[in-house]
Design a protein around this ligand. Sequence first.
Ligand code: 6PG
Length: 265
Amino acid sequence: MAKRLEVTYRVYEDGTALAHAAAKHFAERVAQSVEKRGRARIAISGGSTPKATFALLADPAQPYGKNIPWDKVELFWVDERTVGPDDPDSNYRMTRENLLSKVAPNPDKVHRIEGELDPEEAAAKYETVIRREFRLEGAEVPRFDVVWLGMGDDGHTASLFPHTEGIHELGRIAFANHVPQKDTWRITLSAPVINEALEVVFLIGGDDKAAPLERVLYGEYDPAETPSQLIQPKNGSLLFLLDTKAAAKLPKPGADHAGHVELAR
Ligand code: 6PG
């Protein structure tokens, strides 16, 4: 019996409106998690899309970040490039420059993936950190409060790229994935870990994402070709925050700027 997954997408006028919506949602979800559990365990992605949202969260003139109890945020990365923390390609560096250098997280609760290490070593160390922080035993899977994802124009998410081994990884929490199309290695959370989250939010903007996004939501289920289709939270919610360009091929949202898709997977 196919599992049916309710997906909500919310569409915003442009990149700026999208970034504001994402910052608002980030702040709301942190507040909810802290209220319920005394802390917020968040996994964030890199790339370029989150930059504007991080900048808004860090901006004291904006209403979002200043009410976030940053000392109660436990920050993890969804993935990292195999570079050091000061490399222009580093997801950690992007986050440090746009957010972490401007707010006051507990440094013991900011869990950078050490991309400068051998990929397998970096992945193993990161998995050990996650097991420690979540107090996992045996085959337990960490449950993040929110996992923030982006999506590439090839339909990848995290560092789960089309036709790479990482798509099939089911046992490890974090692992090194060889990405031949980029001639590189990446360290990434596995799809089952992302799917364990209480909420998964895709933050996607730009017209180059319209076609892959349509494939993700309405195309044939083919995760090897479109790895973002792997993301089906087991017991959590799945939300897409989009700008009009990325949503161009989706059914027009309702008056509340939201659309709903029921995925049979
Ligand atoms: C990374 C990200 C990756 C990203 C997508 C979208 O390390 O690059 O984690 O999965 O979310 O590639 O990237 P853009 O936001 O730059 O389009």
